[in-house]
Design a protein around this ligand. Structure first.
Ligand code: ADP
Ligand code: ZN
Ligand code: ZN
Length: 749
């Protein structure tokens, strides 16, 4: 017997080993961790196959050292999903399996931890029975809390009480931890059973129709697009469907774009389902991540709320997946293993035979197309419940109205009115910093980044020029490097807009939310808190503002510059723009006060803006899909992008040309193979376009270019990549070359 082991290396292969001599008779199931010799190291890999023969000569085969688990560290569906994902995204399989595990499990920590179960001792009960003294009320509260239950985990105790109090009780001999060895699934019955609190709202007709349809199919694979404007009650639908899934003993996975920006969502889940909710995101420490993983893997956690990578969480009783804001670009990993968590959610739901809900106010065009084709069920929530009305939208023609630092007179007047009426105001601009360029009026010199084909952004508070593409910083020059004249900051960033608004509305306290203000830990929370409490009256920010916030008192949203996305070259740019505008607009008038949205533009007659304002997102999406169909862009074609970068631009170019040539040869031979079958020839061909330079052709001193692979048939793209990439891998490139393959890229750049 030969073991096939996936090892966390960039090599696109599995490695063959003989079973550990001591354990040869008794092989564990696939999906366990196995310690193997690898070069001079000992590494932990995943057992992904057991076969009869190896291509490696017997004399060269080494023995694995030790199996580390008796049962798999992935639930069976996720185990297969990872194998599929490695193939589909053409990413090294060892890295894929490793990516799905918390670091401490990759490092060999045990799957199950012994859990401390706290209970009162006799001395503790006696202490509690004594007449209460006024000292140490917290300790007393903990004593009586423990007395009410037979036992509680450390996590359950510390959710309510300070750890120090628990330690004091232990030191006095009033409470003891009993070790219970958690071995996996059985635990859910006696620990962390989920209480569903009453408080589910009486659903609207549209909500209950969605809930009922999804529940009717709870034990089979189905995809549901939940399409509702912001504030239409999607979260309430998730909560009620999840309650039903949990009632049947299942687990639910909820994916969100970014946890830090949506603390309200997590709170709402915690309030509805006490206990049993584990949160997984990039801000966790290794041990927090491990604990959440263990809770999910053992079935103790019944709901996992997490960002992108949570799609791989081992959940043996998975009964439902929710992808909130399914259109959000953060579901796509942009480096390394470039997967789409949204797409993998659908694959995982299929494998598990459970429903997946894709929720959005601005669904991606792919998802809308799938719904139109009948592959996804579509549920529309047309209105906000209660009094809330959709906001009134209007365009402000920047060519006709005077502007003060980018803020037009009509927008200024509207801000003034809304503030006076007691409303809060959001001003949106998707550009941070003070000004996007520092410009010389006499010779037109613009401060460039020394390392990129890009301009430096002026950050006035930090007194620095910063490149937003490579992160380079430079002192702010006082005079033009070319002619010695004075320099002017040109254009607006959020920092400058903040300054302008403070000058124009000195009495309105202001908060700013962008990557610069949000970098400190807890900074996002404190900005959001200032808006919620009503302390801040104006909120200025970038696209961080578009994500699911619910600010009841915001009545006006001003979008300062809609034009950035109107003429961008990328095929997805207009979709992004329409989503951003609609999402920011959705922050206005979410409760009783009606909302107003003003969009400033130089191109008010642009058909995209016209359609979006007059007819809404769905109408925009229909025409955008028509354009995609005519131009042959996704979802009417399948793309993969080979990106490469190197310091030597000529070397980069010839490398990509050679890669393209290899592709053309493959294409020709595929055409010959299938020449007899006419239709196959048509399906089998892929187009290889490029090399083309990236939009920022030089970044951080590296030249960047790509080849675009395009076809109409998914399977032929996959076949092509499977044959082509090994050849590309073998191709010699310029010194320091880095390349990557991106299947289903979000941007062709
Ligand atoms: P979304 O997730 O679509 O943004 P939410 O579920 O957060 O919408 O609902 C928006 C607001 O409307 C929340 O304050 C929520 O409590 C309220 N709401 C949702 N459903 C109902 C309902 N059926 N009846 C009354 N209020 C509701
Ligand atoms: Zn000059
Ligand atoms: Zn730069």
């Amino acid at each position: 017997m030969i073991l096939q082991v996936a090892i966390d290396t960039p090599l696109r292969q599995v490695f063959d080993y003989l079973p550990p001599s001591a354990q040869a008779q008794d092989l564990p199931p696939l999906g366990v961790r196995v310690l193997v010799p690898f070069g001079r190291q000992r590494l932990i890999g995943i057992l992904v196959g057991i076969v009869a023969e190896s291509a490696v000569p017997a004399a060269k085969l080494k023995s694995a050292l030790e199996f580390m688990d008796e049962s798999p560290v992935y639930d069976p569906v996720t185990f297969e999903l990872l194998r599929w994902a490695a193939e589909y995204y053409h990413h090294p399989i060892g890295e894929v399996y490793a990516a799905a595990l918390p670091v401490s499990l990759r490092d060999g920590q045990p799957v199950s931890a012994s859990i401390e179960l706290w209970s009162l001792t006799e001395a503790g009960s006696e202490e509690l029975a004594r007449p209460s003294s006024r000292r140490a009320p917290q300790q007393r509260a903990l004593l009586s809390w423990l007395a009410e239950r037979s036992s509680a985990t450390t996590a359950q105790v510390t959710e309510i009480f300070k750890r120090a109090h628990l330690k004091t009780l232990e030191a006095r001999g009033w409470a003891v931890p009993n070790l219970s060895h958690s071995t996996g699934l059985g635990l859910a019955d006696d620990l962390g059973t989920v209480e569903v609190h009453p408080g589910g709202l009486a659903l609207t007709g549209a909500q209950s129709q969605a809930v009922e349809t999804i529940l009717a199919a709870l034990s089979a694979f189905s995809v549901h697009l939940l399409y509702g404007v912001t504030g239409s009650g999607k979260t309430e639908v998730y909560l009620q469907v999840i309650a039903a899934a949990l009632a049947q003993g299942g687990q639910a996975l909820v994916l969100v774009p970014e946890i830090a920006l949506t603390p309200q969502l997590v709170d709402r889940f915690r309030r509805r389902f006490s206990g049993g909710v584990a949160v997984v995101h990039s801000g966790l420490t290794d041990s927090e991540r491990r604990d959440a993983w263990r809770a999910a893997h053992s079935g103790r956690a019944r709901i996992i709320i997490g960002t992108r990578s949570a799609v791989f969480t081992s959940m043996p009783k998975l009964a439902l997946i929710v992808v909130d804001e399914e259109h959000d670009a953060s579901y796509k990993q942009h480096e390394g293993f470039r997967y789409s968590a949204r797409d993998l959610s659908v694959m995982r739901a299929r494998g598990a035979g459970v429903p997946v809900i894709l929720g959005s106010a601005t669904p991606s065009l792919e998802t809308l197309e799938n719904a139109a084709g009948g592959r996804y069920a579509k549920h529309i929530l047309p209105q906000r419940p209660g009094a809330a009305q959709p906001p009134r939208m209007s365009l402000v023609d920047l060519r006709r109205h005077a502007a003060d630092q980018g803020l037009s007179t009509p927008a200024m007047q509207a801000i003034d009115q809304h503030l006076k009426a007691g409303g809060q105001v959001i001003v949106f601009l998707n550009r941070r910093g003070y000004a996007p360029s520092l410009f010389c009026n006499s010779c037109s010199w613009v401060a460039p980044c020394a390392h990129c084909d890009a301009r430096m952004t002026l950050h006035r508070r930090a007194l620095k020029l910063r490149c937003h593409h490579c992160g380079a910083q430079a002192p702010v020059p006082t005079i033009c490097a070319s002619c010695g004249q004075a320099l002017l900051p040109v254009g607006q960033g959020t920092e400058r807009v903040e300054e302008t608004l403070m000058r124009l509305f000195p009495d309105a306290p202001l908060a700013r939310l962008d990557r610069d203000t949000a970098s400190a830990r807890g900074a996002i929370q404190s900005v959001l808190e200032r808006v919620h409490s009503g302390d801040a009256r104006i909120l200025v920010g970038t696209q961080m503002l578009t994500k699911g916030h619910h600010f009841p008192e915001v009545t006006l949203v001003v979008i300062l510059d809609a034009d950035q996305g109107l003429f961008a070259s990328d095929f997805r740019a207009t979709e992004r723009l329409a989503q951003t505008i609609t999402q920011v607009a959705g922050r206005a008038g979410r409760e009783a006060r009606p909302g107003e949205v003003m969009i400033q533009t130089q191109f008010p007659e642009h058909p995209l803006l016209q359609r979006l304002i007059a007819e809404g997102y769905e109408s925009f999406a229909a025409s955008a899909l028509e354009e995609r169909r005519e131009a042959g862009w996704p979802p009417y074609s399948r793309l993969a992008l080979l990106r490469a970068e190197a310091k030597d631009s000529a070397g980069l170019d010839s490398y990509l040309r050679a890669a393209a040539a290899l592709g053309h040869v493959l294409n020709d031979s595929a055409a010959k193979e299938s020449a007899s079958k006419e239709s196959a020839a048509k399906d089998g061909a892929v187009k290889i376009l490029g090399p083309a330079a990236a939009l920022i052709a030089r970044r951080a001193d590296h030249f960047r270019a790509h080849l675009l692979i395009e076809t109409t048939v998914r399977s032929s793209l996959q076949r092509f990549l499977a044959r082509w990439l090994p050849q590309v891998e073998a191709l010699a490139g310029p010194k320091g070359l880095r390349w990557s393959i991106d299947v289903d890229p979000l941007e062709v750049d």
